[in-house]
Every structure is written in C-alpha cells, then in structure tokens.
Design a protein around this ligand. Structure first.
Ligand code: CUK
Ligand code: CUA
Length: 674
C-alpha cells in the first residue's frame, strides 16, 4: 500500500501540473522525409506529393490504412456517445467519417426529431417531475448482444444528467424510447447489457435519497442516501424496455461508477467500481475537505460484485420493496441473500472491464499507476469460503472479500489508468489519462500463447494527443474482439487542429493495433466539434442490416403500418369536423398534395404525411414557418403532427431537402383565417 501511496501522490502532482500549465507535453511532430529518401518505391507523382507535404513513411502508412476512396465503405461502424449534446454519433472506421448524428435526448431538426412529429412523443417519455428535459449527457452506448456478440439490432444509451436510458433501433438508427429511472436523478454506470440483452443495466453514481426526495447531504447521508442499480428488462419483440418486468438493487452510498456484465464463465454476474467508500459529503465552504480529496482519502474503494441472476430470482419471488412503481431489492436483502459482495480496489478506481472470456475484471486506479486484475474464479472461491465461516462486512452488512483472495495480478502501466479494452491477440489496452497514452499489455491465463510476450506485462505506451478518457476497440466488448483498431477518445486536443477559439473539439484518434509487439501507431485525428463523448463501441459493418427505405406507410415510432398512411395523391383530403381539421397529405417529388390548406384561427389541426416514394435517399422535409414544425419524411414514412392554429396569417410550407430539380417548387400555403 505504501507503493500505492507514493504513486498516488505522483498522480496528484501530475494532475496538478496539467491543471496548472494546462498543457501536457506534446510529442515531437513527425520529421519531414528527406527528398528521395523514404519515398523510394512510391510512384513518382506520389513521391512528389509526399516530399512536398513532408510526409514520413509512418504518415504514408497511416494514409494508406485510412484513406477510403469514394464509393468504398468502411468495414466498421463506431457508435460514440455524444456527451452533453445528448446524442449519439455514427462514425465509419477506419475513414473516421461522421455518418450521422443520431438524435436521442435533444431535439434535432434534420431528423425532424422534436419539432412536431413522433419525436415529441418519444422525448415526452423522458420528462422529469413533469418537466420537459431537452438535452442529455450521454456516456456509455451499449450495442445489443446475442451470446456475447454484437447482433446489430439495437443500441442503448444512458443520460447521466437525468438518469434516463434510451433505446435506438438499428433498422433505422432512430430513437424509439426514452425511459426515466424513478429511483435516481443522476446515473453513470450504464448502459450495458447482459450477454443476451435480457437486461439493459443502468448503474448509479452520486448517492441521493430514493426518488431524489429531500435530504440533507451531511445529516442524512448514511441513513437516507443510497445508490440504485437498475436492471431494465428488454423485450426484443417490441423493441422496448418493459418497466413492469424491471427491478433495481439498492446499494450503499458509495459512488458506484462504471460497470460491466460478466460473460461466458462469469455470465449471471456484474461488476462495478466505486470511488467514495469514505462517504465524504463535501462542504469545502464550511472548512470540510472538498469532494475531490474527501473521496480520495482511503487507499482502496470497493469493487461491487453482483449476482444478477440471484437478484432476478429474488425479484421473481417478490422479495422486493416498491417505490414509484419500481420494484427494488433492499441493501439488507442484497447483503444477506448473496446478491452483493465487495473486494478492495486501489486508489480512485475507474472502469471495470470484463475480459472476452469473462475470466477477469480489470480495474484502473486513476491515482495509482497499476491496473488491478481480478479473477472471477478466485472471487467464487472466496465467496464459497465466506459462506462457511466468519466474514468481514462493511457497515451496511455487505461481505468484503480480501484483495489477496480475489486478485490475479497487477500491472504497472503509468499515470492515470482509466478504461481497458481487448483484442484478438491476448492484449489489453488501457487509457492513461495523465500520461496521455494508450498502454498495450498482455493478458495471462487462457490468453497466454496468443501473443509472444510474458503474461501481465506492459508491451508499449503510445502517446496520444491528449488526455485520453475512454478507449474503444473493434468488436471490443464482445466475446471475440477483432483487434485491427482501437480509438483513443481524447479529452483535450490543444494544438492538433486550427484555432477556432477557446472551446476546442475533442480528438478521436484512430490507433492501428493490427501488429503484435510495440507496433501500435496513431493513424488519424478526428475532431468532435459538438460535445465531449465518453464511450463508444465499434461493430462490424456487415452485422448491421439497416433498412434502405421504409416499407410504404410505415409509422416509424412503432415500425408498423400506420393506420393513417395513404399511398396515392388521389387519397389526399382535408376533413373538417367542427373545430377539428384533419389532413391526409402525400409527399413525392416534387409536390405536396394538397398544396392549399385553408383553416380558421382556433382550429385544432391533425396532419398526416405519407412519403409515397420507395426510391433510396428520396427524403423530403416539411417546414411550417412560425409554428416550430419541421419534419424529415424519408421514403415510405408516415408521420403525424397535431397543433392548434393559434396564429392567423399566410404560411408557406415547403420541402427542406433538395430532392429534385424542382425542389424549390415543392411548397404549399396554409391560410389561417382570422
Ligand atoms: S466515464 Cu467519461 S472518461 Cu462516464 Cu465512462 Cu471514464
Ligand atoms: Cu421534396 Cu425538396
């Protein structure tokens, strides 16, 4: 532990230096190639370009590894969180081309999400205390899995800021459901899935009273403040989370941080690191230690080891309490019935990443130079031994397994280890925040023999620019990772891009991991100019089977035929019933039918749009000025809006997608009589 302490001090010093100078030391830039030197072998015109641009052989290699000619498709798609934009990003790998921003928690006009159509209904599912919340802080996307492999059907994402989870259908890369956790107001350790997506898991972070009811953080902390981990039951057939079949587990008021589900040998279990076992309550203004040091006093925190299958049994047996409709297993029950165990983890831990076969859990210590590797097998032995006799318990009665009894190895990597991902060569990759590096190191056990090196040793530290947070690997969270690439999700970009003012983009750096040994290379820098993403997952593109167009008359919220769909302009009509006006409109290149909509001030308008195209990419838009209405009408889609005509006047509605040569002529008039 003394060693830990020394390094944690080093870590703090390094962190302070970074904060003080605001400038991690950049790595030396690539040296230009001497004319006629390492461009040998290139065609003359390519050699001339390389010489003129001062490209090194490494640069040329990187260009060849990433350049994707027009019309060629990327073999991987990365689904990255969009941080405080509240969205997700779909990015091609290795080209690092942004393909789509997927609207999730934040209204987005291009997709017509939240400007009058079904997106409004979906966003309403995310209300908090009846208040519209029109942004999110997305952290950890989780692709749906079958037998521990990404299956390309769904992706889930949490909103840390409001403890919500969203479901995105990968048939159309569109959000279908937002669900609010009734127990917590902030989350973090989610979303992630069980190996067959039986559950989408949402772990907590900052402790709070159940249902975020009133409590005093100092006086009530140990009695009222808690963490809650929620197992959201996912119904593949409907593509929705089913709250009635979902349950939660009450946790102590430690700050549970990041979780991962066991798989293969550890299927049925899950693991979360935590970082405030001190139960610090802040209050720097009253002379108390601030959270940043109060939470870092202890040498160790607790890795949470949870038997979710056991928890599911208890839930099914009715051994739960209920709050706001959410069934939950109390902390006392979880501790006594073998749902929850702890084992120590060093200094300000972050991340808990299960190896592809489920044998080990790797935890980084932000203020410790090591990663700690826990063995699931050893955990089970320690648990079996516990049951026979005396167990150490924390103050909430949760059994604590000793570090010696659960630890397989520790590997010293450098400063600020955070997150770990895996490849197909028996290597693990850990992000080093303070060192600004990606550490490649070797796994032992069943992974020994996949690589030429000793087990549990550091192989290479690759500098990245700068201050890497998460790291993502191709098929990295599956039972069989690919290993061609990892992406460093860097928090700071500093000098990597043109100066566009004090708010700088994040820097996603593509790293080549195709060769063994110390051969990792940075291939490409991609600026993320809209928020601070946290995690990302990378799926093989051929696993995605997205629709090219919607079948004619599809309601894209339900993905079923829409009862209000029409298929030809002949069926278009306007029907008045008292003050209610209902419009059935077709949309096709290059006209709306009808082109004249005459209504009266005070009417309630229900307007159905059917894009009757089946041509790929023949998307139309519908903008209604003055009414905050904007739709995206992809081929085959039927969409409905409703509004009160509370402003009289003449409103030209028009198509916002340049759909044809006569796109500008695609318009109509809504005349609202005073
Ligand atoms: S956290 Cu952001 S770098 Cu939310 Cu996964 Cu570690
Ligand atoms: Cu339809 Cu432009």
């Amino acid at each position: 532990m003394k060693k830990l302490l020394v390094f944690s001090i080093l870590g703090v010093v390094a962190m302070l230096l970074i904060v003080a100078c605001g400038n991690p030391v950049p790595t030396p830039a690539g040296q230009p190639t001497a004319p006629g030197g390492s461009t040998a072998g290139l065609p003359a015109d390519a050699a001339a370009v390389a010489t003129e641009r001062g490209l090194t052989p490494d640069d040329i290699y990187a260009a060849l590894r990433t350049f994707t000619p027009s019309g060629q498709l990327d073999p991987y798609i990365m689904i990255a969180s969009g941080g405080q934009s509240g969205q997700l990003l779909a990015i091609g790998v290795p080209s690092m081309r942004l393909l789509k921003t997927i609207a999730v928690f934040t209204p987005e006009p291009w997709q017509g999400f939240g400007f009058g159509g079904s997106g409004n209904t979906i966003l309403e599912g995310g209300k908090v205390n009846d208040k519209d919340i029109l942004w999110g802080d997305t952290h950890h996307p989780a692709l749906s899995e079958t037998a521990g492999e990404y299956d390309g059907q769904f992706v889930f994402i949490n909103d840390k800021a409001n403890a919500r989870v969203a479901v995105i259908d990968l048939r159309d890369f569109a959000t279908k459901q937002i669900i609010k956790n009734p127990l917590g107001i902030v989350d973090h350790g989610g979303s992630f899935v069980t190996p067959n997506t039986e559950y989408v898991i949402e772990g907590p972070q900052y402790a709070q009273p159940i249902g975020w009811e009133y409590g005093d953080v100092v006086q009530d902390y140990k009695t009222k403040f808690r963490g809650y981990l929620t197992m959201w039951k996912f119904d593949r057939a409907t593509g929705r989370i089913d709250p009635a079949q979902s349950f939660s587990v009450e946790l102590p008021p430690y700050f549970q941080d990041l979780c991962d589900a066991g798989k293969k040998v550890s299927e049925g279990w899950l693991f979360c690191n935590s970082f405030n076992t001190e139960m610090a309550t802040g209050g720097v203004e009253d002379g108390n230690p601030p959270f940043e040091s109060g939470t870092a006093k202890n040498d160790t925190d607790y890795l949470h080891i949870m038997n979710w299958k056991k928890a599911e049994e208890l839930f099914k047996a009715g051994k739960t309490e209920t709050f706001n409709g959410m069934k939950y297993i109390t902390l006392d029950t979880a501790a006594k019935e073998g749902v929850l165990y702890f084992t120590p983890e060093p200094k300000s831990p972050h991340g808990a990443d299960v190896t592809p076969g489920g044998e080990y859990v790797v935890v980084g210590g932000k203020l410790d130079p090591h990663v700690t590797i826990y063995s699931f097998d050893k955990m089970q032995q320690a648990i079996a031994a516990l049951n026979e006799g005396s167990a150490t318990k924390d103050e909430f009665g949760v059994p604590v397994l000793t570090l010696d009894s659960t630890m397989e190895a520790q590997v010293e990597l450098g400063l600020g280890p955070l997150h770990t991902v895996y490849d197909d060569k028996g290597y693990a990759y850990t992000s080093l925040f303070l060192d600004s590096a990606v550490a490649r190191w070797t796994l032992g056990g069943p992974y020994q023999g996949l690589h030429p090196e000793e087990p549990w040793t550091l192989v290479q530290k690759l500098p990245v620019q700068y201050n890497i947070g998460h790291i993502a690997a191709a098929e990295g969270d599956t039972a069989s990772p690919d290993g061609n690439y990892v992406v460093a999700l860097n928090k700071w970009s500093i000098d990597r891009f043109a100066n566009i003012g004090p708010l700088l983009p994040q820097n996603f750096q593509l790293v080549d991991t195709s060769k063994t040994g110390d051969q990792m290379k940075v291939l490409y820098d991609m600026p993320i100019g809209n928020a601070e993403p946290h995690y990302a997952q990378i799926i093989k593109a051929d696993k995605l089977k997205a629709w090219e167009v919607y079948p004619l008359g599809t309601n894209t919220e339900t993905m079923l035929p829409d009862p209000n769909a029409i298929t030809s302009p002949d069926q278009a009509k306007i029907v008045r019933n008292g003050k209610n006006v209902e419009i059935w409109m077709t949309v096709v290149r290059s006209h709306f039918t009808p082109e004249h909509v005459r209504i009266k001030k005070g009417d309630h308008v229900t307007w159905h749009f059917s894009n009757i195209e089946q041509t790929r990419d023949a998307t139309h838009g519908f903008a209604l000025p003055g009414y905050n209405i904007n739709l995206s009408l992809e081929p085959g889609k039927t969409e409905t809006i409703e509004f009160d005509a509370d402003k009289d006047g003449t409103f030209a509605y028009y198509c916002t997608e340049f759909c044809s040569a006569l796109h500008l002529e695609m318009l109509g008039y809504m005349m609202v009589e005073p």
